[in-house]
Structures are given as structure tokens and as C-alpha cells.
Design a protein around this ligand. Structure first.
Ligand SMILES: Cc1cc2nc3c(=O)[nH]c(=O)nc-3n(C[C@H](O)[C@H](O)[C@H](O)COP(=O)(O)O)c2cc1C
Ligand code: SF4
Length: 485
């Protein structure tokens, strides 16, 4: 992962630990309403892909155990990981693209409700993503993948050559000559792996996204509702299809790209279709980027405006993230795919303890506060979730008291210690296992390995019933913690 050149070391801290009475009187442990959905407290586990599903995208026993463990810490809400809305193979990522997915998802909701003793609300993040290929071997790329176009023939002065001869010639080129011969997309396909963009409107399936996606999202949301989820989160963040529509890099000319009013059109149409499918009394929100953190990305002004439009449209909550784009991702190894959290924008999404002067804690707060303030100025009460580097009560409570947000998301801190909020609410905040922001977990995610936390994944491996990673070396869920009777 990219790191700021300053490499200043930051350490997380427990902050001021509240007494049980202080915790009881706090904003963090007070209820909040997301439209029709009430949360018992303002703690929130945002979506995190743990690579626990199987090749069919089912809810497996490992998926149930993963979410059951978070639920035992009784946060206000858990958002189940980005779950694919299409019925297509996508490795061990959860899927909600067919009615046959509903039964497994039902078991997942029941697990969250049961293990939290009915205290935690279960939401699910639903996602669409475009095709991305692994970085190819150059020989294979020239032999098979590269399309031999008239432009290429012209550059090579090879109009009369057979396709085989063109391919053979290209294979012999020195890599330094590639940029002279290949256009930018061909070069990207060779050096990074081919990646579709929402602006590739010459491809029928990309051109038709605005016609196809509203009903796909709506059907997925309906399945979430049937499975018993308390709400659904539309994934409009990071490197995926809907965020790419919102991005300032979206120059589609069909009314769904260009200025921000056109870029938000599909996200609003998707929301409209989802709302129609699930009805007014079901919680629907979205997660989107307060800042894209890439060159030419949308501005904070755009994000503020988007937030206001989402709230006006009737979303029940808005959750922010930042960065996490393919645009500045590092070159993957041959045979691997680019990962959108390896560049500067990736750092902004999951900042690490080696940082710049600003540090890794709360980098998303100021931008989110501006979004929330604009929503309030428009006379709307839509709750806003802010996430990023939050790991103790003092920080979370200050964000709520200042009015930066209404709910506080903690991803890695919840992974490091799923009981952190429960311990804190009981006056045992000094027992919290603090996330060190090393990004060991994110490194596993990048390699599509089962995500665990280095602070506990080697502990008590022989405990009865412990499920282990494929290589048998790591436990898959945090060790149990028993609250005192
Ligand atoms: C292993 C891992 C998987 C993640 N998967 C998702 C995801 O599926 N959807 C999403 O919106 N964000 C995802 N994120 C980003 C987190 O939700 C969160 O925004 C980010 O980690 C910053 O918050 P934190 O500092 O509290 O960890 C993931 C983060 C991690 C560490
Ligand atoms: S591995 Fe654990 S300590 Fe390290 S960043 Fe992830 S959650 Fe935090």
C-alpha cells in the first residue's frame, strides 16, 4: 500500500475511558432513528469483505461465525459486506443476485439478531462492479488478448501482414517500445490488466447500465427485505460502478455523465427503483465518497451537493467513505488483479499508522461534517454515518457532540475488538484491544485471503470449536470475551 512520504508514526490510544454512568449518558450510547429503523446506539460496523463465502457466493458457516462474532459486541448496526447484485460467479464474494440466495441470507440475519440478543440491526450493502482482468503475461497478451486494430496496423505499417505476423512482431518488441505502439487502454491492459469503465459506451453492456441497474438493484433490495434484513445500503463508494457514475471522471454523453446533475442521475434512479420495490417503511441508505482523492475526481462541493440530493430523495441515512479508486492503484504482479486500495486514494480509505502530519485518525471527519451541515441547512434530518480511523469513545463522542455526524462507523477497530463498544458501555473501556492500524487485515483482503486481525489470529488456536484459515495457521474469529455476570 502507498504510504505518505513523511512516515510519521501514530499510535492509537484508549482516550478518556468513561464510567458506566458517563457511557449511559453519552450520545454514542443513545438511540437514533434511520427513517423507519431505530438503532439502540450510534455504534456501527461498516461493510467489510472477509472472504468467507464460497465460489457460489453462499452464506457459509464461516460467514455466520464472522458476523455472529461482531454481533456479540452488540453494536447499533452491522452492515454486511459488499454483496453482488448479479447472478454471476465472482469468487468468494457474497451474492444476492438470485432468489436462491435468500435462504442463506435469512440464516445470516437470524444469526446477527440472535447473537446480539436482539440489540443489533442487520443491513446489507449491495454492489455492482465492472469486469477487471488479471495482469497478463506479455506473451499471452500479444498472442491472444490484444485486438489487432487498423490503428495498430497503421502504427506498425503492417496493413498487409497476417494477424499472426502482427502478433509475432509485437511479442518481439522491447518493453520500452510498447508506449510507442499501444494506445493508453491497450498499454493499461498489458501493464495492469484490462479494466472496464462506465465510459466504455461502445460496449453494449456498459451503454445499457442505466437501463439495467435500477431493476437489478431493486430486485436485490427486495431479496434483502425478504431475507429479513432491517435495511439495505446501496454501494455508491470506492472503485465500483455506481461511484464511477458519480465520479467527475464520468464523461458519458448519454445524459448520465458530464456535469454533476447528470452524474447523479443513475444513482437517484437506482434509489427510486429500490424504494419502489421495498416500500416507504423499509430503511434504505447509501455509502458514497465524501472525497474521491484522485486527480480529476469530484470535489467536496460535489459531494456536499450529492449528500443533499440523496437526503432530499428520501434516503434514510447517508454513510461516507473516501478514496479507494483504481485510478491510482499500484501495478499488480503478473497473474494478479489491480486492487483499488494500493494508491494514495487507497490510503485515504484505510489510512495506516505511518502517516503524514494529519495522521490516520478521523481523516474523513471534516468532509463529512460539511455534508451533514449542508443537509441540516436544507432542513433535512437525514442521519449521517462517518467512518475512518475511529477507535475510542472520546473521539467518537466528540464527533457526535460537535455534530460532525450522527453515527460513528468503526471497521478495523471492530475487527481488532468486536466487543470494544460493549466493554466501553460497561465501564471496562480499559480492556479494549486497540487496532494498531498496521493494515495486516487489508493486506489479506488484497490477496483475497480470509481476513483476520494480527492481534488475535494466533491466539488459543487449539480451543475447542475454533475454525481456522485454509492453511490452518490462523483462527477466523476473535477469541470470545465474557462480560462479567
Ligand atoms: C478488510 C476490509 C474490507 C472492506 N470491505 C469493504 C466493503 O465491502 N464495503 C465498503 O464500503 N467498505 C469496505 N471497507 C472499508 C471500511 O468499511 C472502512 O471504510 C475503512 O476500513 C476505514 O474505516 P476504519 O478506519 O474504521 O477501518 C473494507 C475495509 C477492510 C479493512
Ligand atoms: S490487523 Fe488488526 S490491528 Fe492491524 S489494522 Fe487490521 S484490525 Fe487493526
Amino acid at each position: 500500500m502507498w504510504k505518505p512520504p513523511q512516515r510519521i508514526k501514530f499510535h492509537s490510544s484508549l482516550g478518556r475511558v468513561p464510567t458506566p454512568d458517563e457511557a449511559k449518558a453519552s450520545r454514542l450510547f443513545s438511540p437514533v432513528q434511520l427513517g423507519p429503523l431505530g438503532l439502540a446506539q450510534r455504534t456501527w460496523v461498516p461493510a467489510m469483505v472477509p472472504w468467507r463465502s464460497n465460489d457460489e457466493g453462499w452464506v457459509t458457516e464461516d460467514v455466520l461465525q464472522w458476523y455472529g462474532r461482531f454481533a456479540r459486541g452488540r453494536p447499533g448496526a452491522i452492515v454486511v459486506e459488499a454483496t453482488g447484485i448479479r447472478d454471476v460467479p465472482s469468487g468468494p464474494l457474497l451474492r444476492i443476485g438470485h432468489d436462491r440466495c435468500v435462504e442463506g441470507l435469512q440464516a445470516l440475519v437470524q444469526t446477527i439478531h440472535r447473537e446480539s440478543q436482539g440489540q443489533t440491526r442487520a443491513l446489507i450493502q449491495i454492489i455492482d462492479f465492472l469486469n477487471i482482468r488479471r495482469r497478463p503475461e506479455p506473451a499471452k497478451f500479444f498472442e491472444r488478448f490484444l485486438r489487432i486494430t487498423p490503428r495498430l496496423r497503421q502504427v506498425l505499417r503492417a496493413q498487409d501482414w497476417s494477424e499472426e505476423a502482427v502478433r509475432a512482431h509485437l511479442s518481439q518488441l522491447d518493453p520500452a517500445q510498447w508506449p510507442e505502439v499501444l494506445d493508453a487502454r491497450e498499454l493499461e491492459a498489458l501493464q495492469m490488466g484490462a479494466r472496464e469503465r462506465v465510459t466504455d459506451t461502445e460496449l453494449p453492456h456498459i451503454r445499457e447500465l442505466p437501463q439495467v441497474l435500477p431493476s437489478l438493484f431493486a430486485a436485490a433490495a427486495k431479496r434483502a427485505q425478504l431475507a429479513g434484513f432491517d435495511g439495505v445500503e446501496l454501494h455508491y463508494a470506492h472503485a465500483y460502478t455506481m461511484a464511477s457514475f458519480l465520479s467527475a471522471t464520468n464523461h458519458r454523453t448519454d445524459g448520465y455523465g458530464g456535469d454533476r446533475a447528470q452524474r447523479i442521475r443513475l444513482p437517484l434512479e437506482v434509489y427510486g427503483a429500490v424504494r419502489q420495490a421495498v416500500g416507504a417503511s423499509y430503511a434504505v441508505g447509501c455509502r458514497y465518497l465524501a472525497q474521491e482523492c484522485i486527480e480529476g475526481g469530484h470535489t467536496l462541493d460535489d459531494a456536499v451537493w450529492y449528500g443533499e440530493q440523496f437526503a432530499r430523495a428520501g434516503m434514510d441515512y447517508i454513510s461516507t467513505s473516501r478514496g479507494g479508486k483504481f485510478d491510482d492503484a499500484k501495478q499488480p504482479g503478473v497473474g494478479s488483479s489491480a486492487y483499488p486500495y494500493t494508491g494514495r486514494s487507497g490510503y485515504e480509505c484505510m489510512p495506516q499508522y505511518l502517516s503524514d502530519e494529519q495522521g490516520p485518525f478521523g481523516r474523513n471527519v471534516a468532509a463529512t461534517a460539511r455534508i451533514r451541515s449542508a443537509i441540516r441547512s436544507a432542513g433535512l434530518q437525514t442521519p449521517v454515518v462517518c467512518t475512518g480511523g475511529v477507535h475510542n469513545f472520546e473521539m467518537a463522542e466528540a464527533m457526535l457532540v460537535r455534530g460532525d455526524c450522527d453515527i460513528v462507523g468503526t471497521a478495523r477497530q471492530s475487527l481488532a475488538d468486536p466487543d470494544w463498544a460493549l466493554k466501553t458501555s460497561m465501564g471496562m473501556g480499559d480492556q479494549v484491544r486497540l487496532c494498531e492500524y498496521t493494515n495486516y487485515c487489508e493486506g489479506l483482503d488484497q490477496k483475497h485471503k480470509q481476513v483476520t486481525c494480527q492481534l488475535w489470529d494466533r491466539q488459543a488456536l487449539d480451543e475447542p470449536g475454533v475454525r481456522k484459515s485454509h492453511d490452518g495457521k490462523r483462527r477466523l474469529v476473535a477469541p470470545p470475551w465474557q462480560p462479567p455476570a
